[in-house]
Design a protein. Structure first.
Length: 304
């Protein structure tokens, strides 16, 4: 019951804590030494000096969980670790990697005698207390090696985690999960905007959200979080209307196109995020100018 963890960000550090508190020996490393120092007082967690030191400290058939941003950081860690580990060791990618990348990585690593698990992880900053939902892809043997750790990380030993299928299936499931999340968040945002728009009704949005949490068909963890946000700052005057997208929504929309399977709600939610980032400003300006050209309509001048 020992595992290495590479990447001690908001999720990686708490996963290290949950694994250690569940009885595992954890060897952790992050290029930012302060992240390791924050775990110094955690029993059963030890910090490695680097990837090579981590590989030396782990014994037997190693299991190493990478909690890194998708793309170059994950690939760099894999490239470095491959030279330091042995046949039958298992690498687990717990980041939000593109599932096609995970399929390619699994094939490449298998040719080197290594096992690979693509792990879609949901739970965010609350996972330490509540557990993480895990969607796993990989061979049965690879999943078998990660199984004891999945049982600790998940909300329960038998609940909240699933071997979804072969390599790529875990990250594919997480991609679609996040696409659904985009649509649900957009629906809550639009609904409460409509409620806020009727000033004459003077609806207490936070109290209404709290009411919906009990017995309503839209009750959910997202509604719980929405309720908290409204209770803290109902007007949200200090929050800029800009919503980032981290990639999974884009990949879900692309998958919809590649399959020819309609996903209009998810796609429109993604487009709304693009719009919030100012990426529709040029089109809107051109629309205003077209109206002015054909109808003589007034154009609102920019304050810049």
């Amino acid at each position: 019951m020992e595992i290495g963890i590479v990447g001690l960000g908001r999720m990686g550090s708490n996963m290290a804590r949950r694994l250690a508190r569940g009885g595992a020996r954890v060897v952790a490393w992050d290029r930012d030494k302060s992240k390791c120092d924050e775990l110094a007082s955690e029993p059963r967690v030890e910090c490695a000096e680097g990837l090579a030191d981590m590989a030396v400290r782990l014994t037997g058939e190693r299991v190493i969980l990478m909690m890194l941003p998708a793309g170059a950081p994950t690939q760099s860690a894999i490239d470095n670790l491959v030279a330091m580990i042995s046949n039958n060791d298992t690498l687990v990618d717990g980041g939000n990697s593109y599932y096609k990348d995970s399929m390619s990585r699994a094939l490449e690593l298998s040719q080197r005698g290594l096992r690979f698990v693509d792990a879609g992880v949901s739970g965010g900053i609350h996972g330490l207390a509540n557990g993480y939902c895990l969607m796993l892809g990989g061979t049965p043997k690879a999943i078998e090696r990660f199984d004891p750790f999945a049982r600790i990380l998940a909300p329960g030993p038998e609940t909240g985690w699933l071997h979804c299928g072969p390599s790529g299936a875990g990250h594919f499931a997480k991609m679609v999960h996040n696409g659904i999340e985009y649509g649900m968040m957009q629906a809550f945002g639009e609904g409460f905007a409509l409620l806020a728009g009727r000033k004459d009704f003077d609806i207490d949005l936070a109290r209404l959200a709290e009411t919906w949490r009990h017995g309503s068909v839209v009750r959910s963890w997202l509604l719980d979080l929405t309720t908290e946000a409204l209770a803290e700052d109902e007007d949200m005057a200090s929050v800029a209307p800009v919503v980032a997208d981290s990639g999974e929504g884009r990949w879900t929309a692309i998958e919809s196109i590649e399959q020819g399977t309609p996903a209009p709600v998810i796609t429109m939610a993604l487009m709304s995020r693009f719009s919030s980032q100012g990426k529709s400003d040029f089109a809107r300006k051109l629309l205003a100018m077209m109206r002015a050209k054909f109808g003589g309509h007034a154009v609102t001048k920019s304050r810049k």
